[in-house]
Design a protein around this ligand. Structure first.
Ligand code: SIN
Length: 537
């Protein structure tokens, strides 16, 4: 492996930092990280590291639910087929099979922790979302993620073997002899080293890099950037899923309006008040997410408008206030009555398909580093994620990672001693993340174009080469990570000279299977390369 890179301050003597030892370090406390923590053998001493409040996690913000084929007319095979079809030829079939075949166990696991889901007359009430051939979304009103996250967090608090390290920012991973043995964190204003036999990355995705995003700004891909600097292969970074229906609040924050609304019958109207989705796709408002987002952008461009409208008026106040209680309250707070008003919406970055490449046990190319949840690229989602498959992925792969560690998969068996100095390149650069977010919306949004992406990439690289400042605050580290990830997204998007799933290029509008039924794999020192598959030992 080429000499590795860090953003931690230059010439830091890590032997002088406070040092804590664990068996397993889990970085990220959303659904995937908490699943790992609750599924590990309690004989392990575990650190569960999180940088933000639970409410900022994408799990907490997830409204829709979890896709599980429980209907009498449904089957695991049909859920597999829907996932593969929506993934536009790039799904890794073993990852799809594994996730969906293990979905009933994932549901049992969540229920065993005390999670409730809404019930109808014949068992769980199954919602419908885009791209699914059947009603199969188990949910808790429109706050499924919040309910799951709160239930899991209560369980975590009861476990004596799990140390919660809140407001703890992971700056860099520690590696020696091409193995991961811990991380450097900024905790209570001090740099500290955490060492363990296994490190699990579960920090979520990078949609928060975009100015228009349904995620919190905390979702800026820090975990992917740290793993990349440590030498782990990352994949599929060009695939960012844009949710068609986001609402901009009075304070300028973006708020998700769940796809379940359209599943229950809400429709989309353009500036002229016309229902338009059937002119683009036979499934209308329930066409796959990439198609709906692109149709909205086409409508916006042709009418020179900023928003189209979600119309749920016909669903009635009583139903809306019960089934969509969170959304209803949020919209009311912004002056909209769902039963009376058309709700202005536009697409926003929502979910990142790319991430740290893993196998079916969450192992990465860097031994002793595991990854699961949105931070990982398992291949489940291909080029376009099927709605409500991601909470499911977090549970299935969180359990598999824990199982792998419980069964003694390759982990460091002795705690590696700290080297006195970090050995590698220290990277420097400052970044204006706000400006970057607006730029990414413009050039790497729903519709992309090679020339604009290329010129932004060149600009970022020039800024990087001309900047000689080291960063040493959380904001600085996050800024560095944001720039590093933006470059990776742009390089991957430029390499994929076609349109597929969430990645649409107006200069290459066709899907080109002969050249691009492949994954963009990026690794420190090895560049960005198209591969048939990512190989992990
Ligand atoms: C939603 O509620 O629309 C989000 C569901 C998802 O992203 O899977």
């Amino acid at each position: 492996m080429a000499e590795r890179s860090y953003i931690v301050s230059p010439k830091i003597n890590i032997a002088e930092l406070d040092d804590r030892h664990y068996d397993v370090i889990i970085i990220g406390a959303g659904i995937a990280g908490m699943t790992v923590a609750l599924s590990l053998d309690p004989k392990f001493k575990v650190a569960l590291v999180s940088k933000e409040h639970l409410e900022e996690s994408s799990t907490y913000k997830a409204q829709g639910g979890m896709a599980i084929s429980l209907g009498a007319d449904d089957s695991l095979e049909e859920h597999i087929a829907d996932t593969m079809r929506v993934g536009r030829g790039l799904c890794h079939e073993p990852a799809v099979e594994t996730t969906i075949r293990e979905s009933p166990n994932a549901l049992d696991f969540l229920q065993s922790l005390g999670t409730d889901f809404n019930r109808g007359e014949d068992g769980l009430y199954l919602g419908k979302e885009a791209g699914h051939s059947h009603h199969r979304i188990v949910h808790y009103y429109d706050s499924t993620g919040r309910h799951i996250a709160e239930t899991m967090a209560k369980q975590i608090q009861m476990q004596e073997h799990i140390d919660m390290l809140d407001h703890c920012f992971v700056v860099d991973l520690l590696t020696q002899n091409d193995q991961c043995y811990g991380c450097i964190v900024l905790h209570s204003g001090k740099l500290v080293t955490l060492r363990a036999h296994a490190v699990v990355m579960a920090t979520g995705g990078y949609s928060g890099l975009f100015a228009r995003s349904t995620n919190s700004i905390a979702a800026n891909g820090d975990g992917i950037a740290a793993a990349y600097r440590a030498g782990a292969a990352i994949a599929d970074m060009e695939f960012v899923q844009f949710h068609p229906t986001s609402f901009a609040t009075l304070s300028g924050d973006i708020f998700l309006l769940t796809e379940a609304l359209r599943g229950e019958g809400a429709i989309l109207r353009n500036a002229a008040g016309e229902r338009f989705m059937f002119s683009y796709h036979g499934d209308g408002e329930l066409a796959p997410r990439d198609e709906v987002s692109r149709a909205i952008v086409t409508e916006l461009q042709s009418a020179k408008q900023e928003v189209v409208f979600l119309d749920a008026r016909h669903l009635g106040k009583e139903f809306l206030m019960d089934r969509f209680r969170q959304v209803y309250g949020e919209l009311l707070g912004n002056g909209y009555y769902m039963e009376k008003d058309l709700i202005p919406i536009a697409p926003a970055a929502h979910y990142t398909i790319g991430g740290i490449a893993t196998n079916l046990w969450g192992q990465t190319t860097l031994p002793c580093l595991f990854a699961c949840g949105e931070v990982a690229a398992t291949g489940l989602h291909g080029a376009n994620r099927l709605a409500s498959n991601s909470l499911l992925e977090g549970v299935v792969f969180g359990r598999r990672v824990a199982q792998a560690i419980n069964q003694g998969f390759p982990v460091n068996h002795s705690l590696i001693s700290r080297k006195a100095m970090i050995d590698g390149t220290i990277l420097r650069h400052r970044c204006d993340t706000k400006k970057l977010g607006i730029t990414l919306d413009r050039v790497a949004g729903v519709v992309r174009n090679g020339d604009s992406m290329r010129s932004v990439l060149i600009e970022l690289q020039q800024e990087e080469n001309s900047d000689s400042s080291y960063v040493s605050s959380i904001q600085g580290y996050q800024g560095y990570n944001a720039c590093q990830l933006a470059e990776l997204v742009l390089k991957a998007a430029l390499l994929r000279c076609e349109s597929r799933g969430t990645h649409y290029r107006e200069d290459y509008p066709e899907k080109k299977d002969a050249d691009f039924s492949k994954h963009v794999v990026q690794q420190w020192g090895k560049g960005s390369v198209l591969h048939e598959q990512v190989s992990i030992r």
